[in-house]
Design a protein around this ligand. Structure first.
Ligand code: AMP
Length: 282
C-alpha cells in the first residue's frame, strides 16, 4: 500500500491501473479511522480490483465555530487500518493541494440540504459536495463508498451523482456501532467518561421509536415525542434536531406511508453527535 500527497501522483497511479483494465473503488474519509471506515474499505476491496482511501480534513465543510482545528488526526494509525482492510492507495492531500487560492467554483445540491444537518450547518453540504466532486474527478472511481451513519450526506451524494452525470456507483454501507450501541465516530473521542456513558441515549431513543413503528405507530409527531422524551431524561444531552423525513427527498413526513429516515442530532456536553435509522414500509 502506498500513501501519496499530490493529485499528480494519484492520477499517475490510477492511469496505470486503468490501462490494465482494473476497477477502482474510492472511500472518502477525514481520517482518524475506526471500524466504521474499515467496513467501507473492506467492502470496496471485495468489490473492486483497487481501493483508494482519501484522508482529508476538508476545511470548507466546517462552519466558522465548528471543530476544524480540534478534529482528531493520526495518519500513522490510519495507514495500519487501511493496510489491514486491503486498501491499495491512501490519497492524503494538504488543503493547499486541494484548493487553489483563486477557486470560484463550488457544487451545491438544493432542497435535500435544507433540513436535518443542512439547516444547522449552513456551509457543510456545499463543502462536502465540492470536495467529493473533486475527489471523483481526481480518482475517477467505478464505485464510491459512503456510510449510512451520515444518511443525509449519502442521499445528497446520490442525487449529485444523478444530477451531474458522474459515471460512478454510490454504495451505501450499514452503520457500525460500539457494543453498547453508540454509532462509531471520530468525534466520540471528544467525550469525557461520563459523556461517553450518556451518549448511548442516541441509539436507545431511536430503538424506542423503532419499537413504536413495529407496534404500528403511523404518526411522525408521536415518534418525535418518544425520542424527545427519552433524550430529555439524560441531563448531559441537548437536542439539536429530531426529524422524520422521506428517505429519498428528505422532506418532512406527517403520516408514515413510505420509506422514512428517522434522524437525530444531539449535543452531549459540547460534542454534537448524529444517528439515524431507515424504516421501510413493507
Ligand atoms: P468521516 O471520516 O467521518 O467523514 O467518514 C467517512 C465515511 O465513513 C463516511 O461515508 C461516513 O458515513 C462513514 N462512516 C463514519 N462512521 C461510520 C460508522 N460508524 N459506520 C459506517 N460508516 C461510517
Amino acid at each position: 500500500m502506498e500513501t501519496v500527497h499530490t493529485i499528480l501522483e494519484t492520477r499517475k497511479i490510477i492511469k496505470a491501473w486503468k490501462k490494465d483494465g482494473l476497477t477502482v473503488g474510492l472511500v472518502p474519509t477525514m481520517g482518524f479511522l475506526h471500524e466504521g471506515h474499515e467496513s467501507l474499505v473492506k467492502k470496496a476491496a471485495a468489490e473492486n480490483d483497487k481501493v483508494v482511501v482519501s484522508i482529508f480534513v476538508n476545511p470548507i465543510q466546517f462552519g466558522p465555530n465548528e471543530d476544524l482545528e480540534a478534529y482528531p488526526r493520526d495518519l500513522d494509525k490510519d495507514k495500519l487500518v487501511c493496510e489491514k482492510a486491503n486498501a491499495d492507495l491512501i490519497f492524503n492531500p494538504s488543503p493547499e493541494e486541494m484548493y487553489f487560492d483563486n477557486a470560484v467554483t463550488s457544487v451545491a445540491v438544493k432542497e435535500l440540504t435544507e433540513g436535518l444537518c443542512g439547516s444547522k450547518r449552513p456551509v457543510h453540504f456545499q463543502g462536502v459536495c465540492t470536495v467529493v466532486s473533486k475527489l471523483f474527478n481526481i480518482v475517477t472511481p467505478d464505485r464510491a463508498y459512503f456510510g449510512e451513519k451520515d444518511a443525509q450526506q449519502l442521499a445528497v451524494i446520490k442525487r449529485m451523482v444523478q444530477d451531474l452525470n458522474f459515471d460512478i456507483d454510490i454504495v451505501g454501507c450499514p452503520i457500525v456501532r460500539e457494543e453498547d450501541g453508540l454509532a462509531k465516530s471520530s468525534r466520540n473521542t471528544y467525550l469525557s467518561r461520563d459523556e461517553r456513558k450518556a451518549a448511548v441515549i442516541l441509539n436507545e431513543s431511536l430503538n424506542l421509536a423503532k419499537e413504536a413503528l413495529k407496534s404500528g405507530e403511523q404518526y411522525a409527531s408521536k415518534l418525535t415525542g418518544i425520542i424527545s422524551k427519552k433524550i430529555s431524561s439524560e441531563p448531559l444531552a441537548k437536542i439539536d434536531y429530531i426529524e422524520i423525513v422521506d428517505s429519498l427527498e428528505l422532506k418532512p413526513v406527517c403520516k408514515i406511508s413510505s420509506s422514512i429516515l428517522v434522524a437525530i442530532a444531539i449535543y452531549i456536553g459540547n460534542t454534537r453527535l448524529i444517528d439515524n435509522f431507515t424504516w421501510d414500509i413493507k
